[in-house]
Design a protein around this ligand. Structure first.
Ligand code: ATP
Length: 221
């Protein structure tokens, strides 16, 4: 008998700022596959990305505001508290040790992240410690750029949610979540241009952004 309460899911990102494109797909995912909790883990110094505009404390506070009335989510600050680059592979290895060898663990990513996943530090080891659950994102294909990476994807793909609940790690699941055409880049650009963002992120987060004067001189605008 599969224990539907056992699968733990971690959701990493920069969240600069957190927006509905982060929150809504995974809330729907939780209903689709029976996830009781999603652990949001903001990263500190993303090794392969430009530095975030908001400070770690500001990104953390925006996440706290966004999930304040949503018991599905919990915040994990382990990567924020590090002053070295946060590599998902290392974080998941540590998480596996904490959770024991048999508990099903999953790492949630958007479709864009799946495409560049093979460029992540020690990406192959990530599936030793967790499953990968991929949410749809408009504008990105569901096939990999080269044959070797496609073979890797095909080797691990499953369309059975039971696999996620019964196996500890090793599967990739392409979830049929709806598309949300929102990115943090678009949010920063619109804020910099003084355009409304009410449909893009929670009101409490927007209010905090205005109060802190964040993203007024966005470098990607
Ligand atoms: P930026 O525009 O600054 O690159 P972003 O909006 O992609 O940021 P991140 O914090 O880098 O946000 O993303 C964290 C995770 O959320 C990634 O796995 C990413 O694929 C996923 N994600 C972000 N936006 C969406 C979206 N609209 N739909 C599905 N997944 C998303």
């Amino acid at each position: 008998m599969v224990d539907m309460n056992s699968l733990q899911a971690l959701y990493g990102g920069t969240f600069d700022p957190v927006h509905y494109g982060h929150l809504k797909p995974v809330e729907i995912l939780a209903n689709l596959i029976g996830l009781q909790q999603i652990i949001i883990m903001p990263n500190n110094v993303p090794p392969h990305r430009p530095q975030p505009e908001a400070t770690s404390a500001q990104r953390k506070h925006m996440l706290e505001l966004a999930i304040a009335d949503k018991p599905l989510f919990r915040l994990d600050e382990r990567e924020l508290q590090r002053d070295t680059p946060s590599y998902t592979a290392q974080t998941l290895a540590q998480w596996r040790i904490e959770q024991g060898p048999t508990r099903p663990l999953a790492f949630i990513i958007g479709q864009d992240s799946l495409l560049n996943f093979p460029s992540w530090h020690q990406y192959e080891t990530i599936l030793h410690n967790s499953h990968l659950i991929v949410c749809r994102r408009p504008g990105y294909p569901l096939t990999m750029n080269d044959a070797q990476h496609q073979a890797w994807l095909d080797d691990h793909l499953t369309n059975k949610t039971e696999d996620l609940h019964s196996l500890p790690a090793g599967k990739i699941y392409l979830a049929e979540t709806p598309w949300f055409d929102i990115s943090a880049t678009i949010v920063r650009q619109r804020l910099q241009q003084g355009l409304p963002c009410d449909d893009l992120l929670p009101p409490s987060v927007l209010e905090y952004i205005h109060q802190q004067g964040l993203y007024q001189n966005s470098t990607d605008a």
